[in-house]
Design a protein around this ligand. Sequence first.
Ligand SMILES: Nc1ncnc2c1ncn2[C@@H]1O[C@H](COP(=O)(O)OP(=O)(O)O)[C@@H](O)[C@H]1O
Ligand SMILES: [Mg+2]
Length: 294
Amino acid sequence: MSEETIPPKAITITNQKGGTGKTTLTALLAYSLASKGYNVLILDLDPQAHLSSLFLKISEIENVNDGTFHMAKGLKFEIRKINLQSIRGKLGLVPSGLNYVINVYRGELPAWDPFAIYKRISREPAITKEYDFVLCDTPPELFPPTMWGLYAADYIIIPSNMEELSLAGLKLLLKEVLPEVLMVRGSHNLRVLGVALINVTRHFRQKTFDDLNTAITKFIKDSLPSVIARNVFEKPLFNTIIHRNSELTDLVYRPRRWELPLDRVLRSETSLRLEVDSLREEILSRIDNFKGLM
Ligand SMILES: Nc1ncnc2c1ncn2[C@@H]1O[C@H](COP(=O)(O)OP(=O)(O)O)[C@@H](O)[C@H]1O
Ligand SMILES: [Mg+2]
């Protein structure tokens, strides 16, 4: 589907609270977009490397010398081709490495440049000519790798479960972080496509959903300047919920078998697959018809 003239759309999946479903959602969406025929590049910006571990053997991520931190340093990076059974598009991964945890510990992060990743994904022909979407999985906390993801994004998706801490993380992001990112980026549009509920029980009621949508809308309108609010989609919650699903429980922590776990979980028409594809369609439609909150 790639056309040379259209640069890839960068979508960053973020919430500075850990365990909110960032990595799981990134993997699910990458698979779903690629199964529709899009060429999708995934960037794992988290030194915990959970996302990379869904696609590569642990021995391959123990010591990475051409992954996302190298990319951010302006060094050579390598896009790993991921071959999954039932996808039509191309799926590529720039991994994180477990050695990056040591880089962080030793203060060896690349010099602070919030645009470190943006520069690479907007300029490298191997990305701009080959991919329709770049999906960035970010770490929890607000340290440079998270900020690289925010500054690289055309669009942001915020996963949240129904835990209070997860929802608080979402508020913090909207109120304290996004205004700053938007200000520094100036005219470069950054749009919050929505909050994706994930890992929510099936007993979740429509009324709770509606109340939450109203509360988030009110929070944004009351506490954010309109220049920010108009970059948040008018109905903050995506209608599609990725419910709690035993196939996803601890997906990233399970011992690897011969199969890629994502393929096993998504290749047939399960209820999970339908949810993920439905969320994908909502995302594509919000990108095409963006309507801000104010
Ligand atoms: N829909 C779901 N059903 C069951 N478990 C889930 C679901 N979504 C996420 N999880 C689990 O929740 C935990 C946190 O998810 P993860 O994607 O690693 O979050 P984050 O990247 O934000 O830290 C993981 O153990 C993951 O397997
Ligand atoms: Mg994660």
